[in-house]
Design a protein around this ligand. Structure first.
Ligand SMILES: [Zn+2]
Length: 398
């Protein structure tokens, strides 16, 4: 019984918080009308949120109604933050992010070898904690991984991080942060959640494609993320676009990731003939191809055409399967530029099931480089943070 009451109370507190976020200055009376809760219940819940410094009472509002004037309520936004750690191939970024989405502190360190992650994390976490000069409360820590996070085995699988498949990542990080609420989240899910939340996307279904070293997809149906943030539900990067194509680490052939993931950029340029400009680069990234294509480099233009061909083959089928109203493309693939997006759209319109592909909107993400960090903080707060329960020491996978 106690568990149910706590659950309902937490849900109501989150509902009030969310309404005030969407409509700053809302009064207690308006909250009662919007939620169907009694004025007494709303007042009690609001007082609790004020006491815990999630809300402030902004004073009385102008009103034409005779009698007591309603008081404006606002989110504090900067009294609580999450520590977000983004473990990408070759680097780890740690940041403190307030609930209002502003970044208190951020630092990135290069990772010499994948197995050094533990000592690297220890150093970063120490730095982050030393930087936190204000009195904001850290509500939990998110670890973002470009990987599938398997709840059943507690293992990190199918990752671009070059880790030993048996490496006990979850247990090792838990030992570094023994008492923290700790969430392990897939990178594509975090990017997609940021897109949905911060760009206020209402399209239904809505799909987000992370075109990067790995290639991932996240789908929102009726406003909710399909599956969870573990990356276990969809593996768009392992969608084969050529049954006789290159062998992929997953066991299949011709997977999108092995054919056109960013790691294949150098090979794609070589296949197109390469040239002096590209031969002078140590590593070829999507942004190098996009920049060169913009300047009319014929090798870059040809490589963009190849990447668009393969991705449009995958996306045309993807659209036939779930019929999204809109698709947003994010990740380093946005560096391929407008020419790539234009070519991709042309291909999809000429290949897919016409009725479906004619209606889907395809665009690049407009969010900046911190989107993944913001998405993780917001996902953690919305799904795992509890106003009523002590979640210290809890581990959330996906
Ligand atoms: Zn594969």
């Amino acid at each position: 019984m106690k568990i149910n009451q706590q659950f309902i109370k937490n849900s109501n507190l989150k509902l009030l918080y969310s309404i005030i976020r969407n409509c700053p200055g809302t009064s207690r009376v308006s909250l009662a009308k919007a939620t169907g809760l009694s004025k007494t219940t709303v007042s009690s819940l609001v007082e609790e949120l004020i006491k815990k410094e999630f809300l402030i009472d902004g004073g009385t509002a102008e009103s034409s109604v005779v009698g007591r004037r309603p008081k404006h309520l606002y989110l504090t936004g900067d009294r609580h933050c999450a520590m977000v750690i983004n473990w990408a191939p070759g680097s780890i970024t740690a940041a403190l992010i307030y609930l209002n989405g502003s970044i208190r502190y951020q630092e990135t360190v290069m990772l010499e070898a994948p197995e050094d992650y533990s000592s690297c994390l220890n150093k970063l976490i120490l730095k982050v904690r030393n930087q936190k000069a204000d009195s904001a409360v850290i509500i939990g820590t998110c670890i973002i991984l470009s990987a599938m996070i398997d709840r059943a085995s507690h293992k990190i699988i199918s990752t671009t991080l070059h880790l030993d498949p048996e490496e006990p990542v979850v247990e090792t990080i838990r030992r570094i942060l023994p008492d923290e609420p700790l969430a392990f989240l897939n990178d594509t899910a975090c990017l997609a959640y940021a897109e949905k939340y911060y760009s206020s996307i209402e399209d239904n279904p809505f799909a987000f494609i992370n075109l990067d070293q790995g290639i991932g997809a996240a789908i929102f149906v009726d406003g909710k993320l399909f599956g969870d943030a573990s990356g276990m539900q969809t593996q768009f990067g392992h969608y084969s676009v050529d049954p006789n194509g290159r062998a992929c680490a997953c066991g299949n052939r011709g997977c999108l990731e092995v054919m056109i993931g960013e790691k294949a950029a150098g090979r794609l340029i070589t296949d197109c003939g390469s040239n002096k400009h590209f031969k002078s680069l140590n590593t070829i990234r999507f942004t190098d191809i996009g920049t060169a294509a913009k300047e009319g480099d014929p090798i870059a233009v040809q490589a963009i055409s190849t990447i668009a061909d393969y991705l449009s083959a995958g996306l045309s089928n993807f659209i036939s399967l779930i019929r999204p109203s809109s698709i947003v493309i994010g990740g380093s693939g946005t560096g391929l530029g407008d020419e790539f997006l234009c070519k991709l759209k042309q291909n999809i319109k000429s290949r897919g099931f016409q009725r479906m592909v004619d209606q889907v909107q395809i665009n690049y993400s407009n969010l900046g480089g911190d989107a993944c960090l913001l998405g993780a903080m917001q996902y953690f707060f919305n799904y795992y943070y509890s106003f009523t329960d002590d979640i210290h020491g809890h581990t959330f996978l996906g």
